[in-house]
Write a protein that binds this ligand. Sequence first.
Ligand code: 5GP
Ligand code: ZN
Length: 162
Amino acid sequence: MHAPVHPTGVSSGHHCIFCDLIRGAAEVSMCYEDGTVIAFMDIQPVNAGHVLVVPREHYEVLKDIPRDVGMHMYEVATRLIPVIQQVSGAEDMNIVVNSGAAAGQNVFHYHIHLIPRRAGDGFDVPLPFPGSEMPNRHLLDAMAARIGAALRNHKGGVPARS
Ligand code: 5GP
Ligand code: ZN
């Protein structure tokens, strides 16, 4: 696990805009805060009510997040979702985490997107992925068995690579 980077929010030589927001150095429209997590409005929302749930400590990607912080972030997200639905008037939601550059992460301070969705809004998370073929059952079973076996050996830290 990576230690949080404080108080500058600078990790790997990069400046962090979310750390700036958290320490009050830049404008932010906050809708929730506690000692561990804050939630604020995305500056470029998919739709009105697009919220980011963000840990106060600077962790870059999913694997860096301590389990208790990650669990708390999802607990806060679960509380916010029905409220966002009510306030935005949009019942449908995407809950999105982009973890790592290949996954489309742009701000390397881990966060959860809560995105209210409206018919025809033009946003898309295209699943099933049109660019992939369906593997045969043997391959799916083999991958399921590998993951199941790795999970049984997994004591709560980052699983060992095989
Ligand atoms: P990512 O691609 O890292 O998952 O998403 C980053 C999100 O942060 C984007 O949706 C972007 O609009 C939002 N964002 C980037 N800079 C700022 C900022 O300065 N303030 C706020 N509130 N949101 C930001
Ligand atoms: Zn940060």
